[in-house]
Ligand binder design. Structure first.
Ligand code: SF4
Length: 378
């Protein structure tokens, strides 16, 4: 991927997922971590052992750790630490704090985590500054406990089920706040298990996740019962170049068409919206392409979430360490300074530009994808 610093992906052998090969002939890459760590605690859980068997069957070299703590991952050079961490998958037990769910407006009532970290290299990464330590991808072995724990939150409407437009979706649970669950699904199987879990649930609930990957073949025949909304994070082509290590945009759109035809509710997460040169035409092309892949889908259930680019002083500092050569625009002088509800600072686009982009994108959606329910603009 041209947007990745060259040394970050060098040497990463990639497998192709023939089932996910889009019509254009460009296949999606499946992540193959260079290093896999498994803690002893993880192997006490059936899902941890199942992941281990999966990894070994894929010929990945697995290091079995003697203790449950991940150590030796820090490095004086932040780029080196970043590169090594991004090539590492660890199978661990989720800490008990993960079983106390947090509300996550406006996306969903509650967030829960199947994993933390992600193998992609987005130069604007949302996780920068919010993960502690090097960004190793940690997949959780205690999946049974994580899924069983959700039961006590069903029916406890948080933020979104209070919104009339989404009340029919029941209690919503977001699984992609801290990871891209599809990007590691071939290694963990956790997402398929979660989709089955929600499909079998009697109460009105919805699993939601957003992805920049496209290997949806294993999900197509799952008994999802329409209880999982799969959203694809997409962007105008000139902005997608900032998303190293993800599936090509075209493959993501084709994957959206495939899951919509398999009966899943779907969504477009257009993010992070950037005023790239000729942004109106660039976003018009994106929305027209999305309309093309969804044309003729029976009973299409489609939402759209529109998220503009923003950064904080902390995330900017982390991202500059990870991607020193990036030309992602993060100049404070071109932004409006805002205080978050937690009192911290974030930089967003100025009000007039925001209004202009909002009007343009919602207009394009209304014109080309009238089925789309716009959930929010932020
Ligand atoms: Fe970060 Fe999301 Fe990109 Fe992964 S897919 S690198 S979590 S922004």
């Amino acid at each position: 991927d041209a947007s990745s610093p060259s040394d970050l992906h060098a040497g990463d052998p990639v497998r192709r997922d023939p089932a996910a090969a889009p019509a254009t002939g460009r296949a999606s890459r499946l992540w193959r971590p260079r290093r896999v760590l498994v803690t002893p605690g993880a192997l006490e859980h059936p899902h941890g052992r199942a992941i281990l068997a999966r990894l070994e069957a894929q010929g990945l070299p697995v290091e079995r750790l003697a203790a449950n703590r991940l150590t030796g991952l820090r490095h004086a050079d932040p780029r080196r630490a970043y590169a090594e961490a991004k090539a590492t998958l660890a199978i661990v037990v989720a800490p008990p704090t993960k079983l106390k769910l947090q509300p996550i407006p406006p996306s969903a009532d509650w967030r829960f985590d199947l994993a933390e970290g992600c193998p992609a290299h987005c130069q604007y990464c949302y996780l920068a500054g919010s993960l502690s330590g090097p960004p190793v991808t940690r997949a959780y072995a205690n999946l049974e406990a994580i899924l069983a724990n959700l039961g006590s939150y069903a029916g406890q409407g948080g933020v979104t089920s209070a919104q009339a437009a989404r009340a029919h979706e029941g209690t919503t649970f977001e699984a992609s706040c801290y990871t891209d669950p599809l990007g590691i699904e071939h290694l963990t199987g956790s997402l398929s298990a979660a989709i089955r879990h929600f499909g079998a649930w009697e109460a009105p609930v919805q699993l939601r996740f957003t992805t920049k990957f496209a290997a949806v073949a294993p999900l197509l025949d799952l008994p999802h019962r329409g209880r999982t909304r799969i959203r694809f994070s997409v962007n105008a082509a000139p902005a997608a170049r900032f998303e190293g290590g993800t599936a090509p945009l075209r493959a993501r759109l084709d994957a959206m068409g495939a899951v919509a035809r398999a009966g899943y509710p779907v969504g477009l997460t257009i993010a992070p919206i950037l005023p790239v040169p000729d942004w109106r035409a660039a976003y018009a092309a994106l929305i027209a392409d999305a309309a093309r892949v969804l044309a003729g889908v029976p009973n299409l259930d489609l939402t759209a979430e529109l998220i503009t680019h923003r950064f904080t002083p902390g995330s900017k500092q982390v991202l500059e360490g990870w991607y020193p050569g990036s030309d992602l625009p993060m100049r404070e002088a071109e932004r409006s300074r805002k205080l978050t509800k937690f009192g911290s600072v974030k930089y967003v686009f100025p009000k007039d530009l925001m209004a202009e982009m909002r009007e343009a994108l919602t207009g394009l959606l209304a014109r080309d994808l009238p089925a789309a329910r716009v959930l929010y603009w932020t």
